[in-house]
Design a protein around this ligand. Structure first.
Ligand code: GDP
Ligand code: MN
Length: 375
């Protein structure tokens, strides 16, 4: 589960990492009150569990409490990357001298946590790594040993000399968060530098869904999962949000992964994918399609089902029910148990399944491209 920024911020603050003064709010009047208390320009930040909020218009500067209220009115209830904004974080605006990047992630191939640092933060680290790979340093941390100072000094070799001790201190605190919250990822971007001090202007923390119980999680308060992922889990299915425009439904993790690969090879980008699991009945298929289409980002639906214990006729019925009042184009590949009956049901509604996955992927990608051009 990915914590929202305001929760991550509290976690960092509790670990002793400086954060800007501020509060979270759900109403414009509250936002105004917080801005008035802070008594200076503020940054109003949409609390949605996705990155790139800045570019998407979810981070706004407000000079006065009145302006903060107006910004809040515009942001609350709007959607950013398909997610409804329910809460705003209001923090004092800072004028950083520089924006750095500091993160720890689990490097599964090395079986070790990996520290990443760049003196050039503020933008996505992948972007920096592509354009200026020499500005990103990486240091693995043997988990039983922890973040020994000599390793961290190597990590911060790129940092201005005088700032290294302070960065070392922030890194050790960030490590304590990574361990205590059983995280896959903790990331501060930007880590702002103000006259030799560092302040975490953003906080991204992804906690392992199978973390052991502990009071630190209870303190986080409400459930923080992506609303669509949570709804899918509740229905016993798994949904994953991606950032393209092709919705994918399949049965079984292996088939779904293969479908993602084929779509990528055909030059397309999935908006999400949903695994209906084994033996799904029509109702479940319908629920799955509803979830895939709910945020409106998918311009085409690609259903790829291999019938084993899953029956093709049930899948076909579910597809038809889900699409009853919708305009979305759909590409279907349906083979296996009760395939003939499934095809008959689909044909009665004018849908002709494709024969192969490859053909389906190519068709879905072509439709998605056309939809983007038509906009
Ligand atoms: P993200 O785009 O979802 O990662 O959201 P961030 O919280 O990282 O904000 C995006 C950008 O807004 C940051 O890289 C900063 O450049 C800027 N920003 C965020 N908070 C502040 C702030 O308090 N002061 C200033 N000057 N810029 C900020
Ligand atoms: Mn950020």
């Amino acid at each position: 589960m990915r914590l929202l920024e305001w929760q991550g911020r509290e976690v960092l603050a509790k670990a002793g990492i400086p954060v800007p003064d501020g509060e979270v709010a759900a109403h414009p009047k509250e936002v105004e009150r917080i801005a008035a208390r802070l008594g200076r320009p503020v940054v109003v930040k949409a609390q949605v569990p996705v990155g790139g909020r800045g570019k998407a218009g979810g981070i706004r500067l407000a000079k006065t409490p009145k302006e903060a209220e107006e910004v809040a009115r515009a942001l609350l209830g709007s959607t950013i990357k398909g997610i409804r904004v329910e809460k705003l974080l209001v923090v004092e605006a800072m004028e950083p001298r520089a924006e750095h990047y500091l993160g720890i992630l689990l490097d599964r191939s090395a079986r070790m946590p990996l520290f990443l640092y760049s003196p050039q933060g503020g933008v996505e680290i992948e972007e920096v790594a592509r354009q200026n790979p020499e500005l990103v340093s990486r240091v693995h941390i043997p988990p039983l040993e922890g973040p020994a100072s000599f390793r961290l000094r190597k990590l911060f070799a790129l940092a201005p000399k005088g700032l290294q001790p302070t960065l070392l201190d922030v890194a050790k605190k960030l490590w304590s968060v990574f361990v205590a919250y059983e995280a896959h990822l903790v990331e501060i971007n930007p880590l702002a530098e103000l006259d030799g001090r560092f302040v975490a202007l953003d906080a991204k923390i992804i906690v392992d869904d199978d973390h052991s119980p502990g009071p630190q999680f209870a303190e986080l308060g409400e459930e923080v999962a992506d609303p669509l992922e949570a709804a899918a889990r509740k229905a016993g299915m798994s949904y994953v949000r991606l950032d393209g425009n092709i919705g994918i439904l399949g049965n079984g993790a292996g088939l779904v992964m293969a479908t993602l690969d084929l779509v990528a090879q055909a030059g397309g980008r999935p908006a999400n994918f949903l695994d209906i699991g084994g033996g799904a009945r029509a109702e479940r298929v319908k629920t799955g399609i509803d979830l895939i289409l709910r945020d409106g980002r998918a311009k085409v639906l690609f259903v790829n089902v291999f019938g084993g214990i899953t029956r093709c006729d049930e899948v076909a019925r579910g597809v038809l029910e889900a699409l009853q009042n919708r305009e979305i184009p759909v590409v279907i590949r349906l083979v296996g148990t009760n395939e003939e009956e499934g095809r008959r049901i689909l044909a009665s509604a004018g849908f002709i399944p494709v024969r192969t996955m490859e053909e389906g992927a190519a068709k879905a990608v072509a439709i998605a491209k056309e939809a983007e051009c038509a906009r």
